[in-house]
Write a protein that binds this ligand. Structure first.
Ligand code: GDP
Length: 424
């Protein structure tokens, strides 16, 4: 039995889904342990191209059981849509291969609305929210004013609980934001329409996982966002509202007494970042546009253009440390083909002093990148499948990154397709 976490080292969109899809066949269970439908994991395999928002990336692997843990927040309507869409593409989704924790939290339509109302209030100070209700629902959870999916099984209890939550929530919606209050009967009808379809998937996940562990099953945890979006260790407040780090994986999955044996940290060969907040080594203009186009850097959930730049080794080393990564998978190396020289950010300057540790956001805003270049290559590497196929300069770049982030690079991904990778 071994537990493995696949996590992002940077700002997200590193290619976690693609790596889970590749590695999942070695595991019996794949669990999403945090976040909601606010990010997308793009996967290209024999079934086609998919952007998974909530469903774990093990859904394509025969015999793998996929789990949405208690740390996840679920928009019932959106999850139903995602299941329907996958089924329409021939993917089998049944209560045997998808289990949803009774302890996962419901994202209601009023959470989505509150996201939009708050961003509108903030105007040019906005956080760059994906408007899926994630920050409102996580903050409500910590106020103990949310509904668990398991409550869908007990209609009378649900009605009373939701009524008390709505009474409070409508005070904010109406009195603070001046918006239309939400009606209890509408929310109950919404729960019935979409929650009804999800009821068969509900499961006592902690019990299921306890038994699975005792039976020697191999379990994988799939993170939704990168280390720099973690609520505690990321670029707060431009983070997500949950813990994306591997340290939270067992808690958010539903096996809090367990531990992670192996942590695969996904690092992109260059940097990207969606939304607002400090992004020290950012490129602008034509240079940025070219990289964005080459890498297809547009959000999988929102279609938003991603900010781009060279790999940031200060942030990457920090991400590796915060995740406790035992190995790194380097993705999108093919995108860097055709540069004479590849730029890397090796340190920051802060108040005219050079620093190589990742500071908190207040200082990060003042940091400037220290840039170096390493030799590039002009060969198309997307067909490389063995280490010996890679050009010397690409191998040198990998070695350079490995030394800088102090962690062994075990996989190099050279294309979006499942088989487009080199194992080192
Ligand atoms: P995730 O949220 O971390 O799973 O990442 P996203 O799906 O948001 O973004 C990764 C994007 O890069 C997707 O469009 C993938 O299909 C694509 N991708 C992943 N690995 C590679 C790679 O090695 N090369 C190229 N060219 N594209 C890749």
């Amino acid at each position: 039995m071994s537990n493995c976490a696949v996590v992002g080292i940077n700002w997200g969109d590193e290619g976690k889904g693609r790596m889970v899809d590749l590695i999942a066949k070695d595991y019996d269970i794949v669990i999403r342990y945090q976040g909601g439908n606010n990010a997308g994991h793009t996967i290209v395999n024999e079934y086609g191209k998919f952007a998974l928002h909530l469903i774990p990336s093990g859904i394509f692997s025969e015999g793998v059981v996929n789990v949405l843990g208690n740390g996840v927040v679920i928009d019932l309507e959106d999850l139903c849509r995602e299941i329907d869409n996958l089924r329409a593409h021939g993917i089998r989704i049944t209560p045997e291969n998808l289990k949803i924790s009774e302890r996962a939290t419901i994202v209601f339509p009023f959470h989505r609305a509150l996201d939009g109302l708050e961003e509108a209030r903030l105007k040019d100070q906005k956080y760059g929210s994906t408007l899926r209700g994630i920050a409102p629902v996580y903050s409500d959870k910590y106020q103990k004013k949310t509904v668990m999916l398991g409550e869908l099984l007990y209609p009378e209890h649900l009605k009373a609980h939701l009524a008390s939550i709505l009474e409070w929530k409508n005070l904010i919606i109406h009195n603070v934001y001046g918006a239309e209050p939400y009606k209890l009967e509408d929310m109950l009808a919404w729960c019935e329409e979409f929650g009804g379809k999800l009821r068969p998937f509900l499961c006592d996940v902690p019990k299921y996982l306890y038994e699975a562990e005792r039976a020697g099953k191999n379990i994988m945890f799939e993170a939704q966002l990168g280390a720099l979006r973690d609520i505690d260790f990321g670029i707060f407040p431009y983070t997500s509202s949950s813990s994306s780090i591997a340290g939270y994986a067992c808690v958010g999955a539903g096996m809090p007494g367990s531990h992670v044996d192996r942590t695969v940290g996904i690092v992109k060969a260059y940097s990207t970042c969606v939304g607002e907040g400090p992004f020290t080594a950012e490129w602008f203009g034509e240079e940025a546009e070219n990289l964005r186009e080459k890498g297809g850097e547009y959000g999988a959930s929102t279609g938003r253009p991603r900010r781009v730049g060279p790999i940031d080794l200060v942030a990457t080393r920090y991400g590796v440390q915060m995740q406790g990564a035992t190995e790194v998978a380097l993705t999108k190396l093919d995108v860097l083909s055709d540069y004479d020289e590849i730029e890397v950010c090796t340190a920051y300057t802060l108040n005219c002093k050079k620093i190589d540790t990742f500071p908190t956001t207040a200082l990060l805003n003042e940091c400037k990148p220290v840039l170096e270049t390493v030799k590039g290559w002009h060969t198309d590497i997307s067909k490389c499948r063995k280490k010996k196929d890679l050009p010397k300069e690409a191998l040198d770049y990998i070695k350079y990154l490995e030394n800088a982030c102090e962690c062994k690079i075990k996989y190099v991904s050279v294309g979006p397709e499942r088989e487009a990778y080199v194992k080192l």
